[in-house]
Design a protein around this ligand. Structure first.
Ligand SMILES: [Zn+2]
Length: 639
């Protein structure tokens, strides 16, 4: 047994021994920086937001202590214009080494660093338009259409194009953000002061006392207003959207926080705010400390997508307080977060809902692994291998979320109950808060905590869970809530196939009256899944007849304001080739920007009517995020 893992059983050791790193925690392969030789005590960003030039201009300052004697310090950068470097106020020479593909351009600073002799490093720089962290929206891309907008996305390794840094989740420090902008600013921290300067510019001072890694740093600036959604929470968005956002979140946010606190421990970040971005936000959410970034598609008017908020909030412990040491161990961030998210659902709505959410997640996992093709042998493993200069974004998938969740769920079930697992949750987050860790430290802590249950833990098929590609062993979920959806879908197919004349009389609006929007999603997905099964065809005469009747009986689908439901309804209508719906889908694609809907939406439209798909894309392409636009062009074969 290794000295680094004194608690691991001989059986588990025989499985992990070929994989354990030489030093603990495992070194991060996705940074070119010399982070192991230094301790960052504080980080300060002083930046001006220049909307006209679409750049940030200013400096980053680090208070650092060398851990060893060394002659050089290396930071990660990408697409940055470095102006000068000083150490303790004196200009130093620096060198940008050649680009290293997705890992960027390392910045070398030569100096006679002595162990424990702290120093102040200041780097003046500008961002450039090629940077991948910042998105500058033109006024037409915003809801108000009058003012520009800036927002960032640093995870996984884009922070290096925001500011020079040790761009690894293994390095955490408190931050200070001093930002000048002509429009309101939000950062990953608490606002301490707002000072009007000249020419309509305001200086915003933020501080983040909890140590955070570079990927959690964020900036947003635009026409932002705020409204309360709980005693310690506000929602921020453009003015015309504020009331809808407030209504969506005001009933659940504090309940989520309190429930999470009862599962883990007190929320440490003081305020929990949510920023709802313009439609061009290409993702669902991002867990920036104090200020979750969210897609506007969460605002459905029915409060049915707020589980995304439960997810992002859960990151306040999993990921933001206790962090994966590198993106090879990303499941520690996302698997734990999904686990906590579903425990919150269970405490608020009951165990059946936790299992229902897990069933939906399992289907996502199956689809995600199936869609990976040849990369599944690498990227469907729980513990990833990114040691060959990989871009961690290439390995991003549902796997760390759902395989990670299922492992924790399996451990819980192996121990016998939630109650048996609960004390470990508190212990784990307490032990590793403010720190970063790898999978092996997690395992050692698990075996340490359950030292009297090692035999039980040894019954887990660790080899398969940790290192095998593909699906893990499927747990037994409670299918109560899913069964209702499956049986209603099955009934439709049976009547369409065997007794189409009784379609009108066999179904009624009450069939789906009590469905949650997740149940509606599962029901609609199930209907579509029958296409081409045993010769079933939605575009047949009886299939189309059924759709007409369904439209009449289940009016809430056509009238839904929930993107998850709207998208799935369109998918059914287009599968049935209901031509009068094509233009409606095209119009809807002009109102959403989240890639989860935009990409498959265009794929559907393209299959139904390529001319319309291309005309629609040309009409709306300027309103999409550059990442989204590039992906749709690829999907439509327009490159
Ligand atoms: Zn997450």
């Amino acid at each position: 047994m290794s000295a680094n893992y004194p608690n691991i059983s001989p059986k588990l050791w025989s499985i992990i021994a070929p994989h354990v790193p030489q030093s603990s925690p495992e070194q991060d392969p996705s940074t070119l920086s010399s982070y192991l030789k230094f301790k960052v005590e504080k980080s300060i960003l002083d930046l001006k937001v220049k909307f006209t030039d679409k750049i940030l201009d200013g400096s980053v300052t680090y208070i650092i202590k060398p851990l060893v004697d060394t002659k050089e310090l290396v930071l990660d950068t990408a697409h940055l214009k470095i102006k000068n470097v000083t150490i303790n106020g004196t200009i130093q020479s620096f060198e940008l080494k050649p680009s290293n593909g997705p890992l960027g351009v390392p910045l070398y600073v030569n100096y006679d660093f002595k162990a424990d002799e702290g120093f102040k490093l200041e780097i003046s720089y500008e961002t450039t338009k090629k940077g991948t962290a910042l998105q500058w929206l033109e006024p037409p891309q915003t809801d108000g259409k009058k003012l520009p907008y800036l927002f960032s996305q640093c995870e996984a390794i884009h922070a290096r194009s925001f500011f020079p840094c040790f761009d690894t989740p293994s390095v955490k420090s408190p931050f200070e953000f001093n930002i000048q902008s002509s429009l309101p600013v939000l950062m990953s921290g608490l606002l301490s002061k707002k000072t009007p300067l000249e020419n309509g510019i305001t200086l915003y001072n933020f501080y983040q006392p909890v140590p955070i890694p570079s990927y959690l740093c964020s900036i947003a600036s635009g026409d932002l207003k705020d409204a309360p959604i709980g005693p310690r929470s506000r929602v921020w968005t453009e003015p015309s959207f504020l009331e809808a956002c407030q209504n969506e979140f005001k009933d659940d946010t504090e309940n989520f926080i309190k429930t999470a606190e009862s599962l883990v421990f007190e929320y440490e970040w003081k305020d929990y705010d949510v920023l709802v971005l313009p439609q061009s936000m290409p993702f669902g959410g991002m867990e920036h400390p104090n200020c979750t970034f969210a897609t506007p598609t969460l605002i459905s008017g029915d409060k049915e997508n707020v589980d995304v908020i439960a997810h992002e909030l859960s990151h306040s412990w999993a990921g933001n307080l206790v962090t994966n040491g590198s993106f090879e161990h990303f499941w520690l961030n996302e698997g734990w977060t999904v686990y906590l998210e579903r425990r919150i659902l269970e405490r608020l709505h009951g165990e059946k809902h936790r299992h229902f959410s897990s069933i939906i997640g399992w289907t996502d996992l199956e689809n995600s692994i199936a869609a990976m093709g040849s990369t599944a042998s690498r990227y469907s493993k729980l513990v990833l291998n990114l040691k060959h200069g990989d871009d961690p974004d290439d390995s991003f998938s549902t796997v760390p979320y759902e395989k990670g969740f299922n492992l924790l769920f399996h451990i819980e079930q192996t121990l016998g109950s939630k109650e048996a697992f609960d004390p470990f949750i508190k212990h784990y987050f307490e032990k590793f808060k403010y720190k970063s860790l790898d999978t092996y430290q997690f395992l050692d802590t698990l075996y340490e905590f359950y030292s009297d249950k090692k035999d039980l833990l040894d019954t887990i098929d660790w080899e398969t869970w940790l290192y095998a590609p593909g699906l893990p062993p499927k747990p037994d979920f409670d299918t109560t809530l899913a069964d209702e959806c499956f049986s209603l879908a099955g009934r439709w197919i049976k009547v369409i196939s065997n007794a189409p004349d009784s379609l009108e009389s066999d179904f009624s609006p009450s069939d789906i009256e009590n469905f949650t929007s997740n149940q509606n999603g599962v029901f609609l997905d199930k209907l579509v899944s029958y296409q081409n099964q045993d010769g079933f065809d939605w575009s047949s005469k009886n299939g189309q007849k059924a759709i007409r009747i369904m439209k009449k009986k289940y009016t809430k689908y056509e009238n839904s304001s929930n993107a998850e439901v709207i998208f799935r309804w369109f998918r059914l209508l287009l599968t049935a080739q209901i031509q009068s719906e094509y233009q409606k889908l095209a119009d809807w694609l002009g109102t959403v920007g989240r890639m989860k809907f935009v990409r498959p939406g265009y794929v559907l439209l393209n299959e139904a009517d390529r001319e319309l798909a291309i005309a629609t894309f040309k009409k709306y392409e300027q309103s999409y995020h550059p990442i989204c636009k590039a992906m749709v062009m690829k999907d439509l074969g327009l490159n």
